[in-house]
Design a protein. Structure first.
Length: 88
């Protein structure tokens, strides 16, 4: 057996900020004013934590960071190209 297979999985430090009944697989983070909403497989919880700090504490959870300007989010989608570029 390799040493890697003997290692126990590391939980993200961010989970320690949640109530025990809300801890689960992290699915979504959202910035809300000066805090962060954390959604897990067990539900959603609001934590007084800067979003940038939450991103540091979410390691080693795989995923991606997406940001959308509010003006773009409110504009209706009218066309998409084959290259993946969205045209409004």
């Amino acid at each position: 057996m390799s040493p890697q297979s003997l290692q126990t999985p590391v939980s993200p430090a961010l989970l320690n900020r949640l109530p025990l009944d809300m801890r689960g697989a992290i699915q979504h983070l959202a910035a809300e004013d000066h805090s962060t909403r954390i959604t897990t497989s067990q539900g959603s919880s609001h934590v007084l934590l800067r979003f940038s700090d939450a991103l540091h504490e979410v390691v080693p959870t795989p995923g991606c960071k997406c940001t959308v300007p509010i003006g773009s989010a409110l504009m209706p989608l009218t066309k998409a190209s084959a290259e993946g570029t969205v045209l409004a």
